[in-house]
Structure formats: C-alpha cells, structure tokens
Design a protein around this ligand. Structure first.
Ligand code: G
Ligand code: G
Ligand code: MN
Ligand code: NA
Length: 254
C-alpha cells in the first residue's frame, strides 16, 4: 500500500505538522481551549487527510510513534505560548486505542507535561467511544491514572458511536464533545434540537463539561449557549489554523 510505505519515513522527514482549532467559552466568547489536528503533506502522495492515513498508521502500529510525536509537538507549542495571550490555554489532542494500550503511555504523558512546563489541566485527551470498548478494563485503569495526574479526558464524537450511556459513569471522563451531525441541524430540526438539549441536560447532571462541535452559524452558537453548552468549536469561530495564526486570532479577541 502506497500510504503505508510513505508513512514509514514521514516523521523523520518532517512531513507532519499540527493545526489548531479554537474552542471558546460559549458564555464569554473567551478562547479557552484548542484542539490540535494532525496534517500530513506527503511529497509523494500530496496532502493526505487524517481520515485516510490514521487508519493505516493504526493497522501498522505506526500510530504509537506518530501519536507520541503529536503529544510532544502539541505540548511544546503550549509551552511556547506561555506568557502570551494564550498563556493558560488547554490543548486537546486525539488519541487512538493503541496508544492507550501502550504500557508506557501514562509515563509518556507525564514526561511531556514536565518537559514542556505544562500544568496537567492544560492537557486534554480526546477518545472515541470505540476506544472505550476495545479493552475496557485496561482503559478504565489508564484513564483513572491520567485523571489522577490532573489530565482531562473528553469523549469525542458523542452520539455517533456505540453510545452506551454506561460509558459516562464507567470511565473517568470530564468532557463530552457533541458530534457535529447533531449540531448541524439544531436550527431547523426539532429532533436534533431536542437531542442536543437532552445531551446537555444529561451532561449537566453528571457534572460533565460540554463542547459542541461543528458550530457553523451564529444561530447555532446562540441556541447552544442558551441550552447551557459550556464550549463551542467550529468554523463559525475558526477553522483549524497554524500556531502563529491562532496566536494572532487570540490577540484580536482579547
Ligand atoms: O482534522 P480533520 O477533521 O480532517 O480530522 C479527521 C479525523 O482525524 C478526526 O476524526 C480526527 O479526530 C482525526 N485526527 C486528527 N488528528 C489526529 C491525531 O493527531 N491523532 C488521531 N488519532 N486522530 C486524529
Ligand atoms: O473527530 P474529530 O472531532 O476529532 O474531528 C474534527 C474534525 O472536524 C476536523 O477535521 C475539523 O477539520 C472538522 N471540523 C471542525 N469544525 C468544523 C465545522 O464547523 N464544520 C465541519 N464540517 N467540520 C469541522
Ligand atoms: Mn477530536
Ligand atoms: Na468529532
């Protein structure tokens, strides 16, 4: 497979970079978190979207090295933002099942925090429901250790996966990210509107923070804020952008 071969040298060859998408406090509009998203510009294959190469990296085991690179790179960036307008920002990174299953993962995370001078609350790990069921007993232990460190755990794409509500109490989560499939229709579909309302109410009663993904209009943002959603993410606020551009974006809003 072409992707598999090209991936092998891509870290060494510096072909990966991160873009950052703003996540704002729904009430104040303040930029409080950013999600780091991986990008690969392959000289051989052209720009490759993560949806295409992450599954290949997972199948070959390369996701461990790649995930380690993402973790270090993201933490380094937050370290560089210290004493800027992004001083106390929280970084959210996407983590695959394989990474959580790796026995060295918790140590890796704590070392990345220390090395880059981050307070643990400044790091949040995004997992999908798929990750939770893969090796539930071990995942539960690892998440408890990460929470003990002070690192945040968010459940990504909430509502689209296997959606067993028991996950919400079984695992040490602190944030739910409402999938954009539901957010997309809240202005026009009574069903989506009710569903998002119910997810937010449930999140509140379980003491979880809520992030709405895929917010593309001012109307959606207003509805979500009124429903009590804590954070907003989506093109209405900002696309995923380069680190320096995010710094300017944050400066303009401060
Ligand atoms: O950035 P974009 O919307 O194209 O991302 C597509 C998918 O790739 C999303 O599901 C996102 O979670 C995933 N993704 C992006 N960056 C990373 C990463 O660093 N690690 C993992 N495991 N997945 C990522
Ligand atoms: O699965 P995950 O939530 O990690 O994926 C994030 C992906 O969603 C990124 O690839 C990002 O580019 C994309 N994204 C972020 N905001 C929006 C939005 O407002 N609309 C759409 N269509 N996609 C978005
Ligand atoms: Mn995500
Ligand atoms: Na998502």
């Amino acid at each position: 497979l072409a992707i598999d071969g090209a991936l092998r040298d891509a870290i060494e060859a510096n072909e990966f970079y991160l873009v950052y998408q703003a996540i704002t406090n729904a009430h104040t509009g303040k930029l409080t978190k950013v999600e780091a998203l991986l990008r690969w510009n392959s000289p051989l294959l052209g720009p490759m979207p993560p949806d295409r190469f992450i599954p290949v990296a997972e199948d070959s085991g390369m996701i461990i090295a790649l995930g380690t690179w993402v973790l270090e790179q993201a933490c380094r960036q937050v370290g560089l933002w210290k004493h800027s307008v992004l001083d106390d920002v929280t970084i959210s990174i996407n983590v695959s099942a394989w990474q959580l299953a790796d026995p060295g993962f918790v140590t890796l995370v704590s070392q990345a925090l220390i090395r880059n001078g981050l307070s643990p609350h400044q790091l949040e790990l995004e997992l999908t429901e798929r990750v939770l069921i893969e090796d539930a007993a071990n995942v539960q232990t690892v998440l408890a250790q990460l929470r003990a460190l002070g690192v945040g755990i968010s459940l990504d794409d909430f509502g689209t996966g296997y959606s067993s509500l028991s996950y919400l109490t079984q695992f040490h989560l602190n944030t739910l990210k409402i999938d954009r499939a539901f957010v997309m229709d809240i202005e026009h579909s009574e069903r989506s509107n009710s569903l998002v309302h119910a997810i937010i109410a449930m999140g509140h009663s379980l003491g979880l923070q809520l992030v709405a993904e895929g917010v593309e209009t001012a109307g959606q943002a207003a509805i979500l804020e009124k429903m009590g959603c804590h954070y907003l993410q989506g093109y209405h606020i900002s696309r995923p952008i380069l680190a320096d551009d995010l710094l300017h974006f944050a400066g303009d809003r401060a």
